[in-house]
Write a protein that binds this ligand. Structure first.
Ligand code: KG4
Length: 340
C-alpha cells in the first residue's frame, strides 16, 4: 500500500501544504501573504493571523489536487522551526490536531533541512537527479547563510555560517535603502541583469575559515550611496542598474569564495544550493560555471522549491518517517535552532 505524507509549512509568510505518494510529489499549494507589502517586511502578528485564515483551505486544496482524502494519509510532517513563533504555532497545532483526529503520526521537520533537501522533491514525468551523499549545500535565505555538509538525509554538519547578517537580509536592506522595495532580492536580481557589475567596487570582508559576514559590505554600500546622493540627489535613479549589478556581484563573490574553499577542503564535488537566495539568477549561473571549471556535479533546485514551500518539508518528513522517527504530541515550535 502506498504511503501518503502531508507536509505543512508556516514558518514565515507563506502558508503551504503538499502531498507526497511514496516520495513523489502529488501537490504543492502555497498561499503567499500579501498583507506585508506595505510594511517593507513581514509583520509577525499579521503573518500568524493570515496563517490561521489560510491553513484549512490550503490543506484542503493540497488534498484535492493530490486526489486523496484526509483518511488516506499515512503521516503529517510539519515545520517546527526556525521561524516566527506565532506562525509556527499555527502549523504545529494544525498538524497535531489533524494527527489526533486521523490517528496517524506527526513528524517535526527543521525548516533548514527542508531547504537543503529541496533537490530531492521527485516529480512524475521528470528526470529527478539528486546529489549523491556526501554533498555540500550553500544554504542562503533571509535568515541564514551557511555551508552545510550533508552525509545522509539525517546527518548535517555546519562547516561555515554568517557571523552577522544573512545574505538575503543584505539584499533586502540594501534594496530598501535604495527605495527599490521589498523583498529586495528579486528586484536587485532583475535590475542587475541590465547593469555593469564592474562599475562600482565594494570591498569583500576578510573572515577566517568558512564563515561569512555581510554587514560590512551592506554598510559600505550605504555610505557610498549617501556620499553620492550628497553630490547628486538623482544618483540612485540614474545608476540603479549598475549599483544592483555591482552589489549583487560582490555578494556572489563572497558566497562563492567560501563555497570553493569548502569543496577544496572536503574534497566533495557534489554541490547544491537552497533557500530563497538560491533563486538568484547570478548566483545560479556562477555555481554552474564554477562547477564546470572545477569538475563539480551541481544541482540547482527548481525556482518553485527555492522559496518557502511544503514540498521540501514533506520530503524531509518522508526521510524521517522511513527512518522510524515519530514526534510526540507535546512538541512545541521553536523560533531558533542553533544546530541540526
Ligand atoms: O528562504 P526564504 O523564502 O525565506 C527565509 O528567509 O526563510 O528567503 C527569502 C529571502 C529574501 O531575503 C529574498 O530577498 C531572497 O530570499 N530572494 C532573493 C531572490 N528571491 C528571493 N535574493 C536574491 N535573488 C533572488 N532572485
Amino acid at each position: 500500500m502506498a504511503d501518503y505524507i502531508l507536509g505543512i509549512e508556516s514558518s514565515c509568510d507563506d502558508t503551504s501544504a503538499a502531498v507526497l505518494r511514496d516520495g513523489f510529489l502529488l501537490s504543492n499549494v502555497i498561499a503567499s501573504q500579501q498583507v506585508h507589502k506595505d510594511f517593507g517586511g513581514v509583520v509577525p502578528e499579521l503573518a500568524s493571523r493570515a496563517h490561521e485564515q489560510n491553513i484549512v483551505p490550503v490543506v484542503s486544496q493540497a488534498l484535492d489536487k493530490a486526489g486523496i482524502k484526509a483518511s488516506d494519509l499515512t503521516a503529517i510532517a510539519f515545520t517546527r522551526g526556525p521561524g516566527l513563533l506565532g506562525s509556527l504555532l499555527v502549523g504545529t497545532s494544525f498538524a497535531k490536531a489533524m494527527g489526533i483526529a486521523l490517528d496517524i503520526p506527526i513528524i517535526m521537520v527543521n525548516h533548514l533541512q527542508g531547504h537543503i533537501l529541496a533537490g530531492f522533491v521527485d516529480q512524475e514525468g521528470k528526470e529527478n537527479h539528486h546529489p549523491a551523499f556526501p554533498y555540500l549545500c550553500l544554504l542562503v535565505s533571509g535568515g541564514n547563510s551557511q555551508i552545510v555538509r550533508v552525509d545522509s538525509p539525517l546527518e548535517y554538519t555546519i562547516l561555515g555560517q554568517t557571523i552577522d547578517d544573512a545574505v538575503g537580509e543584505a539584499f533586502d536592506k540594501c534594496s530598501k535603502m535604495m527605495g527599490l522595495g521589498y523583498p529586495g532580492g528579486p528586484v536587485i536580481d532583475r535590475l542587475a541583469k541590465e547593469g555593469d557589475p564592474k562599475r562600482f567596487q565594494f570591498a569583500k570582508p576578510h573572515i577566517p575559515g568558512l564563515d561569512y559576514s555581510f554587514s560590512g559590505v551592506k554598510t559600505s554600500l550605504l555610505y557610498f550611496v549617501r556620499d553620492e546622493i550628497a553630490k547628486d540627489p538623482d544618483f540612485i535613479e540614474k545608476n540603479k542598474e549598475d549599483l544592483c549589478a555591482s552589489f549583487q556581484k560582490v555578494l556572489i563573490d563572497i558566497l562563492m569564495d567560501k563555497l570553493i574553499k569548502a569543496a577544496r577542503q572536503t574534497g566533495i564535488k557534489e554541490v547544491t544550493i537552497g533557500g530563497g537566495v538560491s533563486a538568484n539568477s547570478g548566483l545560479r549561473a556562477r555555481v554552474e560555471a564554477e562547477g564546470k571549471k572545477r569538475g563539480w556535479n551541481t544541482y540547482l533546485p527548481e525556482f518553485k522549491f527555492t522559496t518557502d514551500n511544503a514540498a521540501m518539508i514533506a520530503v524531509a518528513g518522508w526521510f524521517r518517517y522511513k527512518a522510524g522517527e515519530r514526534t510526540p504530541l507535546d512538541v512545541a515550535p521553536v523560533s531558533r535552532i542553533a544546530d541540526y
